[in-house]
Design a protein around this ligand. Structure first.
Ligand code: AHR
Length: 521
């Protein structure tokens, strides 16, 4: 008997079709009585590099601009980002960080020297967005700065003076310089990257060489007053576990007398199937959708394997795994500067964001921070801008819908679900995670990776006594639906009514290619 036939009979017998959901093979057990770890809000961090139109045009327009701004920073961009509660912002790169000399970006703007951004399009920048402007942006957003220092072409002196300039209130040359530039009080800066991709654009170093450099630089990055730095070491290429081993070994050896030489360890992983043929962000077929989603699931393997190496030296998980660059990387939009990495953002990007956030939640005992690349106009962006106009992308809406998980207690889950297969390959059709917030509300996020088949799910809430379920959904008619300038939004959050809660059991029908977040009270 076919499913359609069965449902026809059920209708004739006046049996609700919702019961069909109970015959499904998809089951989720949420262990609401076994919360242990917290999902750090910093998992929802962002990355803003001097790359293309991320900073210039996307964030910074200058205080003479006709685009509404506060001290040169776009008001519309700040307002949109405040709505998703950005917890942290990484800057100034990326590859750019290792050719950035911070003293060129302070003092009167008209007197700042120009520089050539050799990594990204070879364009000349006027350094009008520098340290004070970045710290102002963080204050406007209410987020923590994450500064990445220059190891590749900088010096220990230069980096240590930057820390002093930013965080010291004492009697010293850098504090005096900061005051001269108009900022009396020191800022608080906790997160500090000691180099970026030091195996590549950060200086083409070996793991051993970098481990020594890390020690040398870190030692001279001082804590001033009560400002305690959380130093993030550069990881190796995504799958280089021996790099992780080298740094962790050194950390273990130096632990004790060289406290704080490394507090976090960085992992970068972009969802790209073939670096020579990345493919269009918007013009794709189901096999591309499948490839992208399968590729992104490798994040789980990477985090698991790097964590296992870290566990050997740090069983108590004191060192955070910091995924400070992740996201989709597609071909640039036709006609745009290839060095500017400007790409559109579709429902597929929303799916990739949801899957990765679910993975980070699952590993939140080790993953303490992540920064999606990048915040505005670059790669998998939250926002796209064109002159005065602004677009909120599908990825933005996932960050908004998922913000309920920030600083919530992770609820362990057991998910049994059917596969989504094409050809000989298959992946789980559902990605999920659950948490309980400080007010006791349970949130369950479910992503149906299958673009053409809805999934019925039966969910048991162990140790919870919820009586009411509400929900939100992000989906669209087509896989490549996107939001564009001057058009109504095709992808956004809508309310969801496909979940029922009876006697502690939830039944949910998750539409094809959709992301749902349920709230159980
Ligand atoms: O995000 C774009 C670039 O990707 C960053 O500058 C670099 O760190 C990475 O390779």
């Amino acid at each position: 008997m076919t499913r359609k036939c069965l449902s026809t009979i059920l209708v004739l017998l006046h049996i609700p079709c919702a019961l069909l959901a109970q015959s499904t093979t998809n089951t989720l057990v949420v262990h609401a009585d076994a919360a242990k770890d917290t999902i750090s809000r910093y998992i929802y961090g962002q990355f803003s590099e001097h790359l293309g139109r991320c900073i210039y045009g996307g964030i910074w327009v200058g205080d003479n601009s006709s685009i509404p701004n506060t001290r040169g920073i776009r008001n519309d961009v700040v307002a949109a980002l405040k709505n998703i509660r950005v917890p942290s912002l990484r800057w100034p790169g990326g590859c750019f960080a290792d050719e950035y000399h911070w003293k060129d970006g302070i003092g009167p703007r008209a007197e700042r020297p120009k520089m050539v951004n050799s990594n990204w399009g070879g364009v000349t920048e006027d350094n009008s967005f520098g340290t004070h402007e970045f710290m102002d942006l963080c204050e406007q957003l209410g987020c923590e700065p994450v500064i990445c220092g220059n190891i590749g072409s900088g010096t220990v002196k230069e980096m240590s003076e930057w820390v002093q300039y930013l965080t010291s209130g004492g009697d010293n040359p850098m504090t005096a310089l900061r005051k001269k530039n108009g900022r009396e009080k020191p800022w608080k800066v906790k997160f500090w990257g000691v180099g970026n991709e030091t195996w590549g654009c950060g200086g083409i170093m070996s793991a051993d060489h970098y481990a020594n450099e890390l020690g040398r630089y870190s030692f001279f990055l001082k804590n001033y007053g009560d400002n305690a730095l959380y130093k993030i070491a550069s990881g190796g290429p995504s799958e280089d576990y021996s790099w992780t081993e080298t740094l962790m070994k050194k950390w273990k050896r130096s632990d004790g007398w060289l406290q704080g030489y490394m507090s976090g360890y960085s992992l970068h992983f972009y969802t790209v199937n073939d670096w020579n043929k990345k493919g269009s962000a918007t013009d794709f077929a189901e096999n591309d959708w499948f490839t992208t989603v399968s590729k992104t699931l490798e994040m789980d393997t990477l985090v698991t394997k790097h964590s296992a190496v870290m566990d050997k030296y740090d069983a108590q998980r004191r060192i955070g795994l910091i995924v400070d660059e992740w996201g989709n990387w597609f071909d640039v939009e036709p006609g745009t500067n290839p060095g500017f990495l400007y790409q559109q953002n579709t429902l597929r990007d929303a799916m990739i964001a949801a899957v990765n956030l679910n993975i980070f939640h699952k590993h939140c005992d080790r993953v303490k921070m992540a920064s999606i690349a990048q915040m505005v106009n670059v790669l998998q962006a939250m926002l796209l801008t064109r002159g005065k106009e602004i677009v909120l992308t599908p990825t933005y809406y996932v960050f908004k819908m998922y913000s309920v998980h920030q600083d919530a207690a992770l609820l362990p889950i057991d998910l049994q679900c059917e596969s989504y297969a094409t050809g000989t390959e298959s992946i789980p059709a559902i990605s999920a995670s659950a948490s309980r917030d400080r007010d006791g509300r349970i949130h369950i996020s479910l992503a149906n990776l299958n673009p053409s088949k809805a999934q019925d799910l039966r969910c048991e809430l162990k140790g919870a006594t919820g009586v009411r379920v509400t929900g939100e959904i992000i989906t669209a008619a087509t896989m490549n639906a996107c939001n564009d300038f001057g058009k109504p939004e095709a992808v956004k959050i809508r309310s969801f009514t496909g979940a029922q809660l009876r006697s502690g059991t939830l039944t949910v029908s998750i539409p094809a290619k959709s992301i749902v977040t349920l709230e159980v009270n």
